[in-house]
Design a protein. Structure first.
Length: 194
């Protein structure tokens, strides 16, 4: 004969389970009592866009007005420059020639982060200064194996015209002066944003 669990024993179990989840529910629902509130997508007033654009990044290490300066000298000698950190304020132009239209600056740093090969950690805000993108930014954080033909890095965010930006950028070296270290790199962005 099957024995049923006595009610007084079963009830506290169900109630305690309900109690446990009930205090979790309001914060996930984002209703009253929480500082997070969900809003309809339309409230942003704009739709998600997918944009692509190609720009040129000028890294001047040499000369009287370098746009890329070393922050620290690695304590150890390394063929991959492991430990090197450069702060950058690199001009971004529409074309590969430095004389072409300036559209913004890439501000941030790159650091040599590999003991095995030249692989940089890039942390940059592309600050745009042109037309309707003036004042907007895009943030790139990624790994840059500078001697590879194509290096893909994530676009992790943005502001202004690039709010909610996410996507990726492909970097291809346009020219590199091996004597000075100055480089021009083509950046092709694929970005979803609002
Ligand atoms: C960009 O915005 C700044 C600040 O609002 C302004 O001073 C500057 O003239 C603008 N530049 C362009 C090219 O529109």
């Amino acid at each position: 004969m099957a024995r049923l669990l006595p009610i007084p024993l079963a009830r506290p179990t169900i109630i305690s389970v309900l109690l446990f989840f009930s205090f979790l529910l309001p914060s996930f629902a984002g209703k009253s009592g929480s500082f997070v509130r969900s809003i309809p997508h339309e409230d942003l007033g704009i739709k998600e866009k997918l944009s692509t654009f190609r720009l040129y990044w000028h890294d001047f290490v040499s000369g009287r007005n370098p746009t890329s300066v070393p922050v620290t000298k690695p304590r150890i000698k390394s063929t991959t420059l492991f430990g090197m950190v450069n702060m950058i304020d690199d001009p971004i132009t529409e074309g590969p020639e430095f004389s072409s239209k300036l559209v913004g600056r890439a501000q941030g740093f790159y650091a040599s982060a590999s003991q095995e090969q030249i692989a940089l950690l890039m942390a940059m805000n592309f600050a745009f200064m042109e037309g309707k993108y003036n004042g907007s930014t895009i943030t790139v954080l990624g790994r840059n194996t500078v001697f590879s033909k194509v290096r893909e890095m994530p676009v992790i965010g943005g502001t202004g015209a690039f709010r909610f930006a996410r996507g990726y950028v492909e970097a291809r070296t346009h020219s590199l002066d091996v004597n000075t270290g100055d480089a021009i790199v083509q950046y092709t962005f694929y970005v979803k944003h609002y």
